[in-house]
Ligand binder design. Structure first.
Ligand code: CIR
Length: 254
């Protein structure tokens, strides 16, 4: 059974980094949404482990950015935002009890939100947060697991997975223009409904089930028409801080 590692919403979440300063996330509502997220994962059989939040790090609930699982090892990231680097240590320590953990070293930066693993290919966003040096270090670790890395320039949005959402092992839903699509060749690419631009976010749960954001019903129903089983939850407060459904967990299947 896969394990999902989550991190609680800190009291300081209303000070998370936001690209729209007019929208301050509501901590109480975020906690309610986070507990629904947790329950949704448990209901499909994930073993959920929750690390405590840390008020010194308002963005720590976005645990995905701190570590990436590649095959049978984990990579402790070095987030592009300096204010987030202290989030990594407790996550790496927890992962270290299960798998070997390797660090991204300065001057490399990698945010886990830029890493999308599809089979034996890791697509990595070259973004405001993840740099070439970080990708080179990650590629070395990926090769040790028999995986290859493809660099995907991110043209709009914070991370690769802000605009490219995997819904199974070979299918992604993308926001048109978010990335250089040529780098996604080999994947089945679906497009977000234009009326919901930038609002769709998803997390594959296995067996065709996909957790999707309540803010994008038309895109979710498109996935339903294609045979997926979308399960909608509201994650408005995390989206207010530029996060989505992948950001709030690290999935370990080893
Ligand atoms: C940040 O700017 O770092 C956070 N407010 C949002 C991080 C979202 N993480 C993700 O998409 N993986």
């Amino acid at each position: 059974m896969p394990t999902a590692l989550l991190r609680e919403v800190p009291d300081t979440f209303d000070r998370a980094i936001v690209s729209d300063p007019g929208r301050v996330p509501d901590v109480k509502l975020a906690r309610t949404q986070h507990s629904r997220y947790r329950k949704a994962l448990e209901q499909v059989g994930f073993q959920v482990e929750v690390l405590p939040g840390d008020d010194a790090y308002p963005d720590c609930v976005f645990i995905e950015d701190t570590a990436v699982v590649l095959g049978s090892l984990a990579v402790a990231c070095r987030p592009g935002a300096e204010s987030r680097r202290g989030e990594v240590r407790p996550v790496a320590a927890r992962l270290g009890s299960r798998v070997p953990v390797f660090n991204i070293e300065s001057p490399g930066t990698v945010d886990g939100g830029d890493v999308m693993v599809m089979g034996d290919v890791a697509y990595v966003g070259l973004s405001r947060r993840t740099n070439e040096e970080g990708i080179a270090q990650l590629a070395k670790m990926a090769r040790s697991q028999g995986m290859t890395v493809r660099t995907v320039p991110v043209q709009q949005g914070l991370h690769l997975k802000s605009g490219v959402l995997p819904i199974d092992a070979e299918t992604v839903v993308i926001t048109p223009g978010a990335v250089d699509e040529a780098m996604l060749s080999g994947l089945r690419v679906l497009y977000e409904d234009p009326a919901e631009r930038g609002r769709f976010t998803a997390l594959p749960l296995g067996d065709g089930k996909v957790l999707v954001a309540g803010s994008a019903p038309a895109t979710a129903s498109m996935t339903g028409d294609l045979g997926f089983e979308p399960i909608a939850i509201d994650v408005s407060e995390f989206q207010a801080a530029d996060g989505g459904l992948t950001c709030m967990s690290i999935v370990l299947d080893v």
